[in-house]
Design a protein around this ligand. Structure first.
Ligand code: AMP
Length: 192
C-alpha cells in the first residue's frame, strides 16, 4: 500500500503515520526524520541543513527528490510506504507523480490532516519542551506554518483535485486513538 500524509507541522501526522505503518507493516518514510539523522554527520551538507531547518525554511527540492528516489527504489519499500512530509512543494509533487508513472506505481490513499493553527502552535510549544527540537520555538513555528500555507497547501489542493477518489480529510483535533481507528478503517476499505 502506498500512502501520502499531508498536514501542517504539529497536526499529529507523524505520530499517526508511524502507528499506521506499524499496523500495515509498511515503511514510514518521514523526510524530517531522515534529514534530522543527517545532521549528525558533521560534514558541510549537514551544517547547511541545520541552518535551513532550524530557521523553519524548506530544504532544496533537489536534495529531497534524491532522498525519496533512492528510498522508493530500495527493498525497504517493497511492501509499501507512507510518505510523511513529502511532497511539500509543487516541484516535489511533479517529481513524485512522474516517478510513480515511470515506475508503474499506484497511489492508494492520501490523508489530509486539518487542524486549527492556534492549536498547532500550542502543540508545538509543548513538543519543544519534551523533545528539545531546535525548530520548535514560536518564531520558527510561524515560519513553518507560513511555508505550509505558501508551498504545501497548493500541493494538497492538487491531490484533492486530481486524486479525489483516494483523498481523505481528517479532523486532526480528535484523540490519537480515534484518528488511528479512522485511518485504519479507510485503508481497509480502500477507495471511497
Ligand atoms: P518535519 O519533521 O517534517 O516537520 O521536517 C522538519 C524540517 O525538515 C522542515 O521544517 C524542513 O526544513 C525539512 N524538510 C522535511 N521534509 C522536507 C521536504 N519534503 N522539503 C523540504 N524540506 C523538508
Amino acid at each position: 500500500m502506498k500512502i501520502i500524509f499531508f498536514g501542517p507541522p504539529g497536526s499529529g501526522k507523524g505520530t499517526q503515520a508511524k502507528l499506521l505503518a506499524n499496523e500495515l507493516n509498511i515503511l514510514h518514510l518521514s523526510t524530517g526524520d531522515i534529514l534530522r539523522e543527517k545532521l549528525s554527520d558533521g560534514d558541510s551538507l549537514s551544517i547547511k541543513l541545520k541552518e535551513v531547518m532550524s530557521s523553519g525554511n524548506l530544504v532544496s527540492d533537489e536534495i529531497l527528490n534524491q532522498i525519496i528516489a533512492n528510498k522508493l527504489m530500495s527493498e525497504e519499500c517493497g511492501n509499501g510506504f507512507i510518505l510523511d512530509g513529502y511532497p511539500r512543494t509543487i516541484s516535489q509533487s511533479d517529481f513524485l507523480v512522474s516517478f510513480f508513472k515511470s515506475n508503474s506505481l499506484i497511489l492508494d490513499v492520501i490523508f489530509n490532516f486539518k487542524i486549527d493553527f492556534k492549536l498547532v502552535e500550542e502543540r508545538i510549544m509543548l513538543r519543544s519542551k519534551q523533545e528539545q527540537r531546535s525548530d520548535d520555538n514560536i518564531n520558527v513555528i510561524k515560519t513553518r506554518l507560513d511555508k505550509f500555507i505558501e508551498e504545501t497547501y497548493p500541493v494538497s489542493k492538487f491531490f484533492s483535485e486530481n486524486y479525489s477518489q483516494n483523498f481523505f480529510t481528517i479532523d486532526a483535533s480528535q484523540e490519537v486513538s480515534k484518528i488511528q481507528k479512522e485511518l485504519i478503517n479507510i485503508t481497509k476499505k480502500g477507495q471511497k
